[in-house]
Design a protein around this ligand. Structure first.
Ligand code: ASP
Ligand code: MG
Length: 407
């Protein structure tokens, strides 16, 4: 007998028929003798619908009230699943985050889990209840409702799994696992049987939308194996685990593309101490985060600085840097939003040099110019022109031996 935490995403609970499907799956695992804790999202589209209602009133709704509002989506699905399970003759109890108690900080709409109290759930499990918990939400020290940021119910599930010392956390979604690339872009992408926490984090941070980034951080910290699988099939899914466990020994496990950044270049800045600090504190003070940075030295004591910012902050960052450039006596500030960041990711890189060289060669062969490069221990990213993003994904996927034999 095990304690299993299962999380079902918005598409898996959209409507009564799908909630029945979830109930049947949960009941089957319960009947097999497992203790079951189920975490749910709101029905897909519901969180957006609620946000839009508030936006009809004002562009800047109070964050505390927003959490009070958007957390209702999950209250609907958990109670419906409990009613469904009861109607099938099972004992089930639904709980809100505040009833569990999922304690968070008070950072509304992006709160961090501080502590999860396992006592009430344990007591309910002992009485043979299936316990259903509203994902995405918690409460702060004063009892205010908080939410964990969009997609946050994955993190709720992992936090519960950690607190309950669960043997497994299954994340049910509408895809059947983690793929080597987005199958919509790379038709030959294939499902990975296993991936490491580190790789998954890089992928989640780079636009692969399978898992909430913080849920993977949490799972890694507490060493909880995650299984990502579909609620619409019986496919085994992808295991997300610590390094070294049954890995496939791939040099590269995935190729991703992100199109949410824009590039800013300041040319001919006088090269002296304090310049970078001035350029980057200006955007930093405005709450704009910078990702990649390049500085090239020119002759005559001048330098060019190029960096990327989120597209949503592009216009603002450009305005700010125009002022900074004027102050510093730089020549010009230019921007480009038509860029894409293509990355290859794999723990195999740690022990195998040459991955970067191969990536650059593959892009060169297609005549794709690399504008910026950044790396981590297990990732190499190149900024290229947006129009080549899909092509780059496909050729890299193939060059690193990831293509499925058949499609
Ligand atoms: N319902 C929330 C959202 O749409 C949380 C989740 O689905 O994970 O962001
Ligand atoms: Mg999700």
């Amino acid at each position: 007998m095990s304690l299993i935490v299962q999380k079902y995403g918005g598409t898996s609970v959209k409507g009564i028929d799908r909630i029945r499907n979830v109930a049947q799956r949960v009941a089957a695992d319960y009947d097999a003798g497992n203790d079951m804790v189920v975490v749910l999202s709101a029905m897909s589209g519901e969180t957006d619908r609620l946000i839009n209602l508030a936006k009809e009133i004002t562009e800047n709704p109070d964050p505390r009230e927003m959490d009070q509002l958007v957390s209702t989506g999950e209250q609907v699905t958990v109670s419906l699943l409990a009613i469904m399970l009861e109607s099938m003759g099972k004992r089930a109890v639904s709980l809100l985050g505040s009833q569990v108690k999922v304690l968070t900080d008070s950072n509304y709409m992006g709160a961090r889990v501080v502590d999860v109290d396992p006592l009430r759930i344990r007591a309910l499990l002992k009485e043979k209840n299936i316990v259903i918990v509203a994902g995405f939400q918690g409460c702060d020290m004063r009892g205010n409702v908080t939410t964990l940021g969009r997609g946050g119910s994955d993190t709720s599930a992992v936090a519960l799994a950690a607190a309950l010392e669960s043997d497994l956390c299954e994340i049910y979604t509408d895809v059947d696992g983690v793929y080597t690339a987005d199958p919509g872009v790379v038709p030959r992408a294939r499902k990975l049987p296993v991936i490491t926490y580190e790789e998954m984090m890089e992928m989640a941070g780079l636009g692969a939308k399978v898992l909430h980034l913080r849920s993977v951080e949490f799972a890694m910290k507490y060493n909880i194996p995650l299984c990502v699988r579909s609620s619409f099939s019986n496919e085994p899914g992808t295991m997300v685990v610590g390094e070294g466990r049954d890995m496939e020994n791939l040099l590269v496990s995935g190729v991703t593309v992100a199109k949410n950044d824009a590039r800013i270049t300041i040319t001919k800045v006088p090269d002296r101490p304090g310049i970078a600090s001035r350029v980057f504190s200006a955007v930093g003070d405005a709450g704009i985060s910078v990702d990649m940075i390049i500085q090239n030295t020119r002759a005559g004591g001048l330098t060019d600085i190029t960096f990327t910012v989120p597209k949503g902050d592009f216009k603002r960052a450009l305005e700010i840097e125009k002022k900074v450039a004027e102050e510093l006596g730089a020549e010009n500030v230019a921007g480009d939003a038509e860029i894409a960041k293509v990355s290859v990711i794999g723990v195999g890189m740690k022990s195998n040099p040459g991955v970067a060289a191969k990536m650059f060669a593959v892009l060169a062969r297609e005549n794709i110019n690399i504008m910026m490069i950044s790396t981590s221990e297990i990732r190499i990213s190149c900024v290229i022109e947006k129009k080549y993003a899909e092509l780059a994904m496909r050729v890299l996927h193939s060059a690193f031996g990831l293509d499925a034999e058949e499609i």
